[in-house]
Write a protein that binds this ligand. Sequence first.
Ligand code: PMP
Length: 391
Amino acid sequence: EDPLSVPKAGAPSTGKPAVTPDSVINLDHGDPTMFEEFWRGTGAAAEIVIPGWQTMSYFSDVGNVCWFLEPGLDQEVRRVHRLVGNAAVDGYHVVVGTGSTQLFMAALYALSPPAGAGAGAAPMSVVSTAPYYSSYPAVTDFLRSGLFRWAGDASSFRGDTYIELVCSPNNPDGAIREAVLSSAGSGVAVHDLAYYWPQYTAITKRADHDVMLFTVSKSTGHAGTRIGWALVKDRDVARKMAKFIELNTIGVSKDSQLRAAKVLRAVSDAYELPEAGDARRRRLFDYGRRKMVERWRMLRGAAAASGIFSLSEETSALCNFTKEMAVTNPAFAWLRCDREDVEDCAGFLRAHRILTRSGDQFGADPRYVRVSMLDRDDAYDIFVKRLSSLR
Ligand code: PMP
């Protein structure tokens, strides 16, 4: 025994445990482990090494509105949007966050009237069309802020002071959405474009909204890196969002930003530097699209075989990125149980050891459930097989 030996650093965790044919299959969260297979094949192109002395300062770019943004991440974010054509970047500020979840909170803070603005100013109403992402009400209200509060379904909202959350393609149902409230009064919209990438939908226009949220969680699958970014037109809004993050976490992990930059760079390089070896094999969006098309084909087959489930119709459009017609392959299935005696679809599936999220968490009918389409192959295969056998 060497008395001076120190324990090896622990091996990284692998997330959810491996599954066997009779395991409980947990498709409640949108954990994007499907993409692990792709990233196992990219080698050094998506690896980083950080020497002990690096990334120690709080600061990244002191001249920038977002002073904790790593310039390398700023560059790769703009580059991947120019490549894909899904969002405008010229004239926009990039604000980095610990996931787009933190940026969502930062946007609420930045877009609400400041505390003390007018005596007894009511909190800003935060709305989204149902079915809406279940985290919107939860995250809006958990600290019982005096600045803003959840006000429910946008389609039944009356008033002209509000923040409308527009998620497109929408979590949970994959719908392509636009704001339903006109911003005639002092209403503003925040566009959550987490799923506006070519593996999930046709890229039909370059989005150019005032505040747009993106995340590596859904674009590359690196949810554990916890990096999201906002594209913000107005400098003052960007400054307030950065202020929120300063007060909340004094910035965002530089180590994570460097990793996200490297991963995004590997994505763009595979398309823009085709001479680089086996670049074609390393095209993330091609891989993701193939995979999602196959999974949706399997799911529609299973729903048909079972006969008690329905899914939304498949739609397609011309994708400006691939220049081909593309069907929508949402990251979640919005599955309805059509059996008359089943009023709680999530409970019914739970009894068959399939965990999903009930429609009622999205402000919708509990005959619906949301099912993640982004789990590993083994879990997804068991899910589809089990679903097809339900009567
Ligand atoms: N917006 C939507 C619509 C999402 O589905 C998710 C993740 N489920 C997020 C935001 C949050 O992503 P992040 O991991 O970047 O916090």
